[in-house]
Ligand binder design. Structure first.
Ligand code: SF4
Length: 398
């Protein structure tokens, strides 16, 4: 199975923690030109795939006014025939009944709503522009149209107590979503929250409290039938996000739009970040790809192992060897060694991070990359690049 990702890099206002490729500087004419450009790009780049998922993410895809949303969705319907899963991302402030109806008519099968919290105080800290009440109302409305609804939540917010998180999780569960993503707030890049923290005006929850929150999430969500299948993702059985599973298997995907990344034929392709330049290039018939990386075999193996360890299924080195050849065979020795150190656990032919170590999963994954003894020499460059691409995949799931 392959994946197609479409990036809509526009938001009404940048959130305080947001280091994603998105901008709040746009006007309607730009949105229109951008939709035309991604459709042309898609037509020109689409591989002859039969089984694929489609994910329209951002940014805030629901920011598109109804006429442009209709244009995008009807063109996608013509171009792509029955994706196995069709996810559309939305934010509460711009989701309307009219847009939901257009999505259903166009075959969207899954909606991912950026709620983050139902608590007004915490939403203000995050710099979100919706209120808790609005999030609740729009999620309930989305639920009328979509059986397969994901709610995005954030935890570890400055000023958030355990009870606040418990309330957010209970409120989310009462909406009967098929899927919940619960990401820890991270301070990255040069965002306003990073700035506030540097000035001493922001206090992140103490480590012990953060850990309690981390453990509270599966406890409450499992009471509502949602099972963890990736560090930050929980689903009813059979409702795991197929598109994100492609990333965690290091599978192939086409990324269309400004900032989008593709992984095709063992290469990673990067499209330029600026939407205006992207539009200009497409209109002049110039390729929007600004960088190509040829991934050496050992890098493919390491990246596949690292992203696979995010999932509760873990990784099967034999399957990786089958996919990537001889370098994959060397991975088994690394996993066995980490198992001996108590950092991984084995279930038949698969290795995974034990539940007690999930809060420090990133450190365990880095150990896979930095493993020196047996077999796969890891240069500084490989390590940095692997981090970079994993970061990009990870972000796409926000
Ligand atoms: S967090 Fe999401 S909604 Fe907020 S600015 Fe970033 S992309 Fe836009």
């Amino acid at each position: 199975m392959k994946g197609i990702y479409l990036h809509i890099p526009f938001c009404r206002k940048k959130c305080g923690y947001c280091d994603f490729p998105s901008t709040d500087r746009w006007e309607e004419a730009l949105l229109k030109a951008y939709i035309d450009a991604i459709l042309r790009d898609m037509e020109a780049s689409l591989p002859p795939w039969k089984d694929y998922t489609l994910y329209v993410g951002g940014g805030t895809p629901s920011i598109l006014p109804p006429n442009l949303l209709e244009r995008l969705l009807s063109a996608l319907k013509e171009l792509l025939h029955h994706p196995l899963e069709f996810t559309f991302e939305a934010n509460p402030e711009s989701l309307t009944r009219e847009k939901l109806e257009l999505m259903v008519q166009a075959g969207v099968t899954r909606l991912s709503l950026g709620v983050q919290s139902f608590n007004d105080r915490l939403l203000t800290v995050l710099g979100r522009i919706h209120t808790g009440k609005e999030a609740l109302r729009k999620a309930a409305m989305a639920r009328e149209y979509m059986d397969n609804l994901n709610l995005d939540l954030i935890f570890g917010i400055p000023g958030q107590g355990l009870q606040d998180l418990e309330k957010d999780l209970e409120t989310a569960l009462a909406l009967e979503p098929a899927h919940v993503s619960a990401y820890s707030l991270t301070l990255e890049g040069t965002t306003p929250l990073v700035h506030q923290a540097a000035q001493g005006n922001l206090t992140m929850p103490p480590e012990e409290e953060w850990l309690q929150m981390f453990h509270l999430i599966p406890e409450i969500l499992s009471s509502g039938g949602l099972v963890r299948y990736e560090i930050s993702n929980f689903a009813r059985p059979g409702r795991e996000c197929l598109h994100n599973l492609i990333y965690w298997e290091n599978g192939e995907y086409l990324g269309v739009g400004a900032s989008a990344v593709s992984h095709l034929g063992g290469k990673r392709l990067f499209r330029g970040k600026d939407p205006r330049t992207y539009i200009q290039k497409i209109s002049q018939g110039i390729s929007p790809v600004v960088e190509k990386e040829d991934l050496p075999p050992r890098r493919k193996v390491l990246e596949t192992a690292m992203v696979g360890l995010r999932t509760t299924q873990g990784v099967d080195p034999a399957a990786i060897e089958e996919k990537w050849g001889a370098e994959g065979g060397k991975l088994k020795a690394i996993l066995e060694d980490l198992e001996t150190q108590g950092l991984l656990e084995r279930n038949r032919n698969r290795w995974r991070i034990p539940e007690r170590l999930l809060p420090v999963a990133n450190e365990v994954m880095v150990k896979v990359l930095e493993f020196k003894k047996p077999c796969i020499p890891v240069s500084k460059e490989v390590r940095q690049n692997a981090h970079r691409s994993i970061g990009k995949n990870y972000r796409r799931v926000h």
